[in-house]
Design a protein around this ligand. Structure first.
Ligand SMILES: Nc1ncnc2c1ncn2[C@@H]1O[C@H](COP(=O)(O)OP(=O)(O)OP(=O)(O)O)[C@@H](O)[C@H]1O
Ligand SMILES: [Mg+2]
Length: 259
């Protein structure tokens, strides 16, 4: 479980995060949802320690992270897997080398152990046999899968994914979302996914935090997100016609249930 408490961050006097608190549950895909520029990526970077918040704290399974001693922060960092926006694979390395990289950096596994783990992770994301392919030979969806394999290779306890399905067609996006959710449940990982995609919300949103102008305006699940009375959230959700139609169907079902 990851807890954040009263996170504030400004850049050059411009407030980006304005006191955000919340809990991200273990074994769940926790979503950070919001429009472009609302501070989702900045919050994720504050949580992993890439950006230092001006105020507030982050706790990983009870261990205080922000401002703690370097060795304790490093110990936590070792347990974090990160899927960057755009996958961020190393172009000059093949698939196998990309997935092996964090194992070389973070573990003292032998070459054979590393290869076993690489092959296991590639198989887990449905990419067995692609070991020698270069990133340039892969489709967008395959690159995301390699990114996920690389993130989970060192047995991560925490997984962070920034816009994992941006730039993918809806079906491939769905497969990536489901893969992240499956892996989260299978290995009991605390996963945080940054997204502005309503399909992801409905498909994998166990816990959802809605950010608006640096504040958390709503939190809930995919089951109750269509019923909120937060105007900013509704404006965000129902900008999408499909969502408006889904809401109508839900209301109609409710009407039919009440005699
Ligand atoms: N290093 C930085 N220096 C100055 N301003 C920054 C920095 N990083 C982010 N910002 C600003 O913080 C605000 C929030 O950015 P952030 O990247 O968190 O948005 P986001 O919600 O992730 O948007 P998107 O959905 O487009 O990725 C933006 O106005 C951005 O310009
Ligand atoms: Mg972002």
């Amino acid at each position: 479980m990851i807890e954040i408490h009263n996170i504030h961050k400004s850049f050059n006097g411009k407030v980006v995060l304005d006191g955000i608190s919340g809990v991200f549950q273990t074994g769940k895909t926790n979503l950070l949802l919001g429009a472009s520029g609302t501070g989702k990526s900045v919050l994720l970077k504050c949580i992993v320690g890439l950006i230092k918040p001006d105020l507030g704290s982050v706790t990983f399974d009870g261990t205080y992270f922000t401002n703690n001693k370097l060795d304790i922060r490093q110990e936590i960092r070792r347990k974090i897997g990160m899927l960057f926006q755009g996958s961020a694979l190393f172009d000059s390395m093949n698939v196998e080398e990309n997935v092996e990289f964090p194992l070389m950096m973070l573990t003292d596994m032998s070459r054979q152990e590393r290869m076993d783990r690489v092959n296991f992770c590639l198989q887990r994301v449905g990419l067995e046999g692609t070991n020698k392919k270069m990133p340039a030979e892969l489709s967008g969806g395959m690159k995301k899968r390699v990114g996920i394999a690389r993130a989970i290779a060192p047995n991560c306890t925490y997984l962070f994914c920034d816009e994992p399905n941006s730039g993918l067609d809806p079906l491939t996006a769905l497969k990536i979302d489901r893969l992240i959710k499956e892996i989260t449940e299978e290995y009991n990982i605390t996963t945080i996914v940054v997204t502005h995609d309503m399909n992801s919300v409905i498909e994998i949103g166990d816990n959802i935090m809605f950010l608006y102008e640096g504040k958390k305006l709503w939190e809930g699940t995919s089951n109750n997100i269509l019923d909120s009375d937060v105007p900013e959230l509704n404006e965000f959700i129902f900008a999408n016609r499909l969502m408006r139609d889904a809401k109508k169907v839900e209301e109609e079902e409710e009407r039919q249930k009440t005699p």
